[in-house]
Ligand binder design. Structure first.
Ligand SMILES: Nc1ncnc2c1ncn2[C@@H]1O[C@H](COP(=O)(O)OP(=O)(O)OP(=O)(O)O)[C@@H](O)[C@H]1O
Length: 417
């Protein structure tokens, strides 16, 4: 058994960042995967002096959920790890419950981490979860990114979400728990065939004779994750050649863009839009194809809160005014998810879009050489109806506009797609 525990610990260790943060969170539902994660990380953390913290989200959707959270708290206490239960009370009875519960779970966990100065949270996803994800995505005709499955690490609002057990099967973890005499909760929804994931799990057992198994599908995900990395680098190198950053806008050289392979064109479009419009759902494949055609034909397009505006043989990607028209922030606060405006202390100053009312008050906007519409969504400082400054259109009056430090620089952001 010790051998098995040693092997599991060393797999986890290689899949965690080399330098672990001094405070590490664990998201534990009480199921076999996350309980195993808690035990394994406990053993790892002792050796490297990392403080662990456990959180359980109680969605309040099943009668037993509160008692389950208590059980996780007891298990954590047994290991000397502080535990917190995070309550979800947000469902308004509309929309897809599973999807909302999942989004709320991540939101609650990330907020908990930020509140407690925890820079990373470990999650208990396993090789089985990965294989099921790949199988479900095959059904949606996914491309390289979709079929590369879940990643070992990704960032969510400044918190790293780590999945160090993606290469370990659910059964191996249960064997480990049985061997150390630890118990876990069986979630009844794990047998509910109304969920895609459970149907994928059932289907997988039938595919075994074809060699399509948890192991082979999770290998597929690893292979494609490497391909995805390579494509991301190719996209970044191409962007350095054909896309330039002007303030918060990106200007693409259409002739250079035309020469790129279609996959790289699409990735570049997705990366530019994500950088301008901020985190959120990426645009649909059909909208991305439409944007590629728009660049090739030199047309105008509104897409995912961004505007594509042609100018000679260039295409501007800018924020769309409608997406920010009602957004207001105080100086020093983040506006439109990315801008921070600072300047002389001015009572009642607020940050809003420059808009149609502001642009005519900027004397030299034409000198900037940008299309007029590209300037309307620029951040500006207002005092009531008086425009005080619009630093991105060269009307600074002592004010500056800087991208918030937590937002990546454009070219680096392309590596995370
Ligand atoms: N109620 C919960 N409280 C805390 N952590 C949870 C909870 N539910 C799930 N998790 C975390 O997420 C991991 C994966 O569980 P599960 O596959 O059910 O989550 P998911 O969020 O639906 O996954 P996905 O990201 O694939 O949708 C668990 O091992 C655990 O780390």
């Amino acid at each position: 058994m010790t051998d098995q525990a040693d092997t599991l610990r060393s797999i986890l260790r290689t899949r965690l960042p080399d330098k672990l943060p001094p405070r590490l969170g664990i998201a534990a539902s009480g199921g076999g995967d996350s309980v195993a994660l808690m035990h394994l990380l406990h053993e790892i953390a002792q050796a490297v002096q990392v403080d662990l913290f456990v959180a359980t989200v109680d969605h309040g959707l099943r009668r037993e959920s509160a008692a389950e959270a208590v059980r996780v708290a007891e298990q954590a206490a047994g290991l000397g790890i502080p535990h917190e239960t995070l309550l979800w009370q947000g469902w308004d009875g509309t929309g897809n419950l599973q999807d909302q519960a999942r989004q709320a779970r991540y939101r609650l966990l990330v907020d908990w981490a930020n509140r407690n100065d925890i820079p990373a949270i470990a999650l208990g996803h396993t090789a089985d979860d990965q294989a099921e994800t790949v199988l479900m995505r095959l059904g949606r005709a996914a491309g390289v990114t979709g079929l590369s499955g879940m990643s070992y690490a990704r960032e969510h609002d400044g918190v790293a979400l780590l999945r160090p057990m993606l290469g370990i099967t659910r059964q191996t973890l249960r064997d480990y728990l049985s061997a150390i005499g630890a118990s876990w909760i069986e979630d009844p929804s794990n047998h509910d065939l109304k969920f895609d994931r459970i149907r994928a799990r059932e289907a997988l057992s039938g595919l075994e004779p074809l060699g399509i198994s948890v192991r082979s599908l999770s290998r597929v995900a690893e292979n494609l994750a490497q391909a995805r990395e390579a494509l991301a680098r190719y996209t970044q190198e191409s962007a350095r050649r054909v896309a330039a950053v002007y303030g918060g806008d990106i200007c693409v050289d259409c002739n250079g863009f035309e020469l790129l392979p279609a996959e790289i064109q699409r990735r570049l479009v997705v990366g530019i839009i994500a950088w301008i419009a901020g985190p959120g759902y990426p645009p649909r494949a059909s909208s991305v194809d439409q944007a590629v055609t728009t660049i090739q034909d030199g047309q105008t397009l509104t897409l995912a809160g961004c505007l594509l505006i042609p100018q000679g043989d260039k295409m501007w990607f800018c924020r769309e005014l409608n997406a920010v028209a009602t957004e207001i922030a105080a100086p020093q606060e983040i506006w439109d998810n990315r801008w921070i405006l600072s300047g002389p202390r001015t009572p009642d100053a607020e940050v809003r879009a420059l808009g149609e009312a502001g642009l005519p008050q900027v004397p030299d906007w034409r000198v900037l050489g940008k299309p007029r519409k590209a300037l309307l969504a620029s951040p500006a400082v207002w005092n009531g109806e008086n425009l005080l400054a619009a630093p991105l259109v060269d009307y600074s009056n002592g004010w500056t506009a800087k991208i918030a430090p937590q937002r990546p620089e454009f070219y680096s952001s392309l590596l995370s797609h």
